[in-house]
Design a protein. Structure first.
Length: 136
């Protein structure tokens, strides 16, 4: 599962910049790109609230809005550095945190299988139902 901390770790890995430096105050271009990419991905992919993202960095939500807009602007003009960086971070996330997993579950007949399946679906999982009866 992708968390705020995991996203920071991925951005640090892709950029080669330490997590502390990314969360710091330095305004060097590479650091700013990492921060802005974090805001953009946290909002777009994870659906985090602006205030949540800002709090993670000790910043106001308006700073986060500015960073997200900068990334959107750079993507809209096909800025190679920004586009490649976002793409690399997203690939890392996909490979490390969004690997599809198949789990087979056997629900005893005395339980309400429809209720259990609905709970699993509400967690965001896809459910394929295979009914088989096994004699034990």
């Amino acid at each position: 599962m992708l968390t705020k901390e995991n996203l920071l770790s991925v951005i640090s890995f892709v950029s080669g910049i330490s997590e502390n430096d990314i969360r710091g105050q330095n305004r060097a271009r590479g650091l700013v790109l990492c921060r802005h990419a974090y805001y953009y991905i946290a909002r777009k992919n994870m659906g985090l609230k602006l205030a949540e993202i800002g709090h993670f960095f000790g910043l106001d939500h308006t700073t986060v809005i500015h960073g997200i807009n900068k990334v959107k602007d750079m993507i809209s003009i096909n800025d190679e550095l920004t586009c490649n960086f976002i793409e690399q971070v997203n690939l890392c996330i996909k490979e490390k945190y969004l690997i599809p997993t198949i789990i087979m579950v056997s629900i005893p007949s005395e339980l309400d299988d429809i209720h259990i399946i609905d709970k699993i679906k509400n967690l965001g999982c896809d459910v394929d139902i295979m009914k088989k009866c096994f004699d034990v």
